[in-house]
Design a protein around this ligand. Structure first.
Ligand SMILES: Cc1ncc(COP(=O)(O)O)c(C=O)c1O
Length: 458
């Protein structure tokens, strides 16, 4: 059999796209491959708030891609910046050499980050950012002469990507259980969700700040002299939008200070305006020692991630002979020129269109639309919302956990023309910041339709 698959041309003149006949070779990530390939949810173009299928059908992007295309798709200034950069400087190594846009983008990100989060280390994804931050934390204590501080503390239901560091501190069982014993010595705080106490809270729930005190128990068990860092998402996105309980993050900061433990915020989702501020650390008035970012930094038009370090963390490494590498870590594509160009154009766009402010201004409109449309529907068990994110938990089908949400997601795409995400029996929506009030109403209506359409197992 030939290994090259034929292309098929579909669509009218305006939307003609070639699509493959053979879907077998691409082993898709985090996807039910067999059901996708039996009934593909394929998109071929995107513009603004919309994706378009190869046949030219419009699909509302209610997920900003994967929480990342916050300014909408294929935005001209970003496209042009990437095109120009590809022609001017396609690649340059950043090990022992440099190129101007890497420094410019680092300065722009440092200026946007709160407090003395002033030094930016670039990588290519959220997973790499998480593992970079964890390694930096361990190396920091080594540089400070406290090399016994190596233990990493995460949180149940946390997601920090798929590297071994990230899955070790992460708390999603499906991402961990088949990968053996992972990194030694990690431990976990309890997650912060309690439906009985928090159901249908708009924004941050009142109940749950005390759960940060579990760090005292972990310190008592392991001793602070063995613990390098605590890593949490300010708002846990991947397990269904868990906003932090009021006061929780401040408490965690106090306890980390008390025990000389670094606090890492994973802002891969919450960074760049998702919660109405440049970073969640600003919304919550809590400055971590290390902060990861990815996704929104380039509006997802080029892969990029990174870690922002506070001055005291960075400066601890800047000792010893000046010709010697201070941190033995980095990626061939750290600060790739195309990603830097995309990042600079993206930050300009966020600023020029006031998109973080727009995200903040839309939050109450968003919350009202989602709650008024969906709260009280039969089988809807909880709605959580913070910033421009929302998650709706509903009763699943008997003996088939997650299947109702899967079918609802599939129906949303094929029947309602909307992209949503699932997490268990929960639908998650996180639109680009360019949504209008009408778009928001449409998203809420379409969600309502797919929830109604899946009451009974199909
Ligand atoms: C908080 C957080 N950290 C890390 C990651 C991993 O990012 P990536 O998929 O770019 O590796 C994600 C992805 O959703 C995330 O939400």
């Amino acid at each position: 059999m030939s290994k090259t698959s034929a292309l098929r041309v579909v669509g009218d003149d305006a939307s003609t796209t070639a699509i493959p006949n053979d879907l077998q070779a691409f082993w898709m990530p985090f996807t039910a491959n067999r059901s996708f390939k039996a009934r593909p949810r394929m998109v071929a173009r995107a513009k603004g708030l919309y994706y378009y299928t190869p046949e030219g059908k419009q699909v509302i992007d209610a997920t900003a891609g994967l929480w990342c295309s916050s300014a909408g798709h294929s935005r001209e200034p970003i496209v042009e910046a990437i095109q120009k950069q590809a022609a001017e400087l396609d690649f340059a190594p950043t090990f022992q050499f440099g190129h101007p846009k890497a420094f410019e983008l680092a300065s722009r990100i440092a200026a946007l980050a709160p407090g003395d989060l002033d030094h930016v280390f670039f990588c290519n994804s959220g997973s790499e950012a998480a593992d970079t931050a964890l390694k930096m934390a361990i190396a920091y204590w080594h540089a400070r002469g406290k090399a016994s501080k190596t233990r990493l503390i995460g949180r149940e239901r946390g997601y920090h990507g798929v590297g071994f560091g990230g899955i070790t501190v992460g708390g999603i069982v499906a991402n961990r259980r088949v990968y053996g014993s992972m990194l030694a010595g990690a431990d976990h705080l309890p997650h912060t969700y309690n439906r009985e106490k928090q159901a249908f809270s708009k924004g941050e729930p009142e109940w749950g700040a005390h759960l940060a005190d579990e760090l005292e128990r972990i310190v008592a068990l392991h001793d602070a002299s063995t613990i390098a860092a605590v890593m949490v998402e300010p708002m846990a996105g991947s397990t269904g939008v868990l906003p932090p309980p009021q006061g929780y993050l401040k408490r965690l900061r106090e306890l980390c200070d008390k025990h000389d433990i670094l606090l890492i915020f994973d802002e891969v989702i919450t960074g760049f305006g998702r919660l109405g501020a440049p970073f969640a650390s600003e919304r919550y008035g809590v400055i971590p020692d290390l902060m990861t970012f990815a996704k929104g930094v380039t509006n997802a038009a080029a892969p990029m991630g990174g870690v922002v370090a506070r001055k005291h963390v960075h400066d601890a490494f800047m000792t010893g002979p000046e010709h010697v590498v201070e941190l033995f870590h980095g990626y061939t594509y750290s600060a790739h020129p195309l990603a830097c160009a995309a990042g600079l154009a993206t930050l300009d766009l966020y600023r020029d269109e006031g998109l973080f402010e727009r995200s903040k201004a839309l939050e109450p409109v968003w919350a009202d639309a989602i709650f008024s449309k969906l709260k009280g529907k039969p089988g809807v068990l909880d709605i959580r919302q913070v910033g421009l994110t929302a998650a709706v938990d509903f009763e699943g089908w008997k003996d088939a956990p997650g299947k109702r949400a899967f079918v609802a997601m599939d129906k949303a795409f094929h029947d309602e023309g909307m992209m949503v995400r699932t997490s268990g029996d929960c639908l998650v929506v996180t639109p680009p910041f360019i949504v209008t009030e009408d778009d928001i109403a449409q998203i809420a209506d379409k969600l309502s339709n797919v929830i109604d359409a899946t009451v009974n197992p199909s």
